[in-house]
Design a protein around this ligand. Structure first.
Ligand code: NAP
Length: 251
């Protein structure tokens, strides 16, 4: 019997794969058989070691996703090395914290440009390639703040709520073209992104108290959802946000 979760022979582009959730997803996709293109501004040394140790091919594309300059280059480099692009994981993202009354334009643009604008235009470039190939899988990394308002993170909430909307829009336009566009919405995961929250004793205690699973998530917790949404097991799943949150939203 064929394994519907098998990714052997597929090529996955993962942005922000050097650390955190991106690294967890890249390694999980490689474990399922995919070759990995890691996109980011910091060398993905650890991720490369983990992926090649699994016997998968690995390509690193240096790119600052604060501008659209690298978008075409990422797809070109992937096609030049592997001849195809089957899976895109729009994971790179950042956060800025300030009261709404004091929020600056710089903190707005820095976050929205990476989390939303580059994610859309990379999906557009990858989508064109996937349509030429007959299909593909796009996974956006959303957030609890794709559902909730949050506090002191105006540009982050706007970007992640926007990314949820774009996930649905792209699914509407591309489902019939063989592309599945979905999102993973991580709960509270132990990465650089949440370092400040975890360092704040009060916030950290309050967050933990609301998580039914009784612990913060780890990057590897996102692997199963990513493999599902990247594989043929999810061929009839379009435009959904899959929460991987230890039960946070159920509260
Ligand atoms: P992280 O450890 O800070 O990783 C963020 C990744 O994005 C890093 O690889 C970072 O690269 C990359 N990145 C940021 N700005 C970039 C830019 N201008 N160009 C290229 N790459 C850039 O945090 P994480 O938690 O793993 O975050 C990954 C994704 O998950 C983000 O979209 C985040 O919003 C989302 N998320 C996280 C949580 C959580 O609890 N941790 C929850 C929900 C959603 P550098 O290492 O070079 O900075």
């Amino acid at each position: 019997m064929t394994n519907p979760f098998d990714l052997t022979g597929r090529v996955a582009v993962v942005t922000g794969a050097n650390t955190g959730i991106g690294q967890g997803i890249a390694v999980a996709l490689a474990e399922a058989g995919a070759d990995i293109v890691a996109v980011g501004r910091t060398p993905p040394t650890q991720t490369q070691q983990a992926v090649t140790a699994l016997g998968r091919a690995f390509l690193s594309v240096e790119a600052d996703l604060g501008t659209l300059e690298p978008i075409a280059r990422i797809v070109e480099a992937t096609r030049a090395r592997f001849g195809r692009l089957d899976i895109l994981v729009n994971n790179a993202g950042l956060i800025r914290r300030a009261d709404a009354l004091d929020f600056t334009e710089a903190d707005w643009d820095t976050v929205v440009d990476v989390n939303l604008k580059s994610a859309f235009f990379l999906a557009q470039a990858a989508g064109r390639q996937m349509i030429n190939q007959g299909g593909g899988k796009i996974i956006n990394v959303a957030s609890m703040l794709s559902y909730q308002g949050g506090i002191r993170v105006a540009s982050y909430t706007a970007s992640k709520s926007g990314l949820a909307g774009l996930t649905r829009l792209l699914a509407n336009e591309w489902a019939a073209k063989g592309i599945n566009v979905n999102a993973i919405a991580p709960g509270y995961i132990e990465t650089n992104n949440t370092e400040a929250l975890r360092a704040d004793e009060g916030r950290s205690r309050d967050i933990l108290a609301r998580i039914p699973a009784g612990r913060w998530g780890r990057p590897s917790d996102l692997g199963g959802a990513a493999v599902f949404l990247a594989s043929s097991a999810s061929d009839y799943v379009h435009g959904t946000l899959l929460a991987v949150d230890g039960g946070w939203l159920a509260r």
